[in-house]
Design a protein around this ligand. Structure first.
Ligand SMILES: [Zn+2]
Length: 78
């Protein structure tokens, strides 16, 4: 009977270790920071902001619609 208890104990311990390792592995993966989004510079005020938040116009990026309008007013050809 002793050997059966020992086997059950070993199986239980290895199962706990296996689950523990899986959990810690998942945790460490989650804690790694995601890849930084590409940053764009506002052509009007020079602030840097994530590309997905930037207002794009031709080759230029702006932090807001207002700065896009201001930039276009300042750089009008006529
Ligand atoms: Zn700006």
């Amino acid at each position: 009977m002793f050997i059966i208890r020992l086997i059950i104990l070993v199986v239980l311990i290895s199962a706990v270790v296996f689950v523990y390792r899986k959990l810690t592995l998942r945790k460490s993966r989650a804690s790694t920071a995601p890849a930084p989004a590409s940053m764009k510079k506002c052509s009007h005020c020079g602030i840097h902001l994530p590309a997905n938040e930037a207002v794009e116009y031709q080759q230029h990026f702006f932090c807001s619609q207002q700065h896009k309008d201001l930039y276009l007013n300042d750089h009008r050809d006529d």
